[in-house]
Write a protein that binds this ligand. Sequence first.
Ligand code: G3P
Ligand code: CA
Length: 266
Amino acid sequence: MPAQTLRGGPPVVIAHRGSSRIEPEHTLGAYKRAIRDGADGVECDVRLTADRHLVCVHDRRVDRTSDGAGVVSALELAALEGLDWGSWKASHLDEDEMPLRHKAQILTLRQLIRTVQRAERQLDLVIETKHPTRYSGDVERALVALLAEFELLRPGRINVRLMSFSSMAVQRMARLAPHLERVQLTELPTALRFMDALPPNVHMVGTRIAVVRRIPAFVKRQHNYGHQVHVWTVDELEDVHLCLELGVDAIITNRPAMVREAVDAA
Ligand code: G3P
Ligand code: CA
């Protein structure tokens, strides 16, 4: 029997780095597929390039998800555009998931915003700043400037949510973009601290599925504080069912088609 989410209704299904189980993560193809797969929203990680462009890349280095080498923040956008961000994925897929052996371009946050804007239905855009403390606020400032350019600093057709593992970054975003919802990400052991003490200026708490499996009461406790709960990365059906039973508010998944079906059937 599903429990209530904090705002009532079913949990939202958020595609983690796009439909990244099958498509190469953070590519345009992964996000277009997520929209086709029925996701309510998309998640992305952002980093600054050497010439101050926001790009959607998870790792500090380009090595795992492209055919290049080096640190994202030390490379200019033109150099990142010269790399192939798609072909690496083929070696991670099963036979039946072929032929997804294709090249892909790096995705800028600007391009992702345009894609979300062009979608036929309203979507959430959940943006995570990666290791923002190293940039001493540059990532958040660049992010808020870009959102301002697209008139996204207040909830509208696109509901932008900002998140980070760094509470310093979350507080900075609270000052720079006070009208947007903010998610404090947390892993063990910090998640345990949040069972009893509220991080300020936060609307939602995001944590890993392993934390929820181990401490199911985490969800109810956060709801009592008025915090919605995001859980990542929920790629197994039994974990989707656990999230539904606990009233998790946002399910972050690499497999939005599977989660969509399970949520709709519940
Ligand atoms: O949705 C939060 C989640 O994306 C945080 O972990 O490493 O996948 O960015 P990571
Ligand atoms: Ca992320």
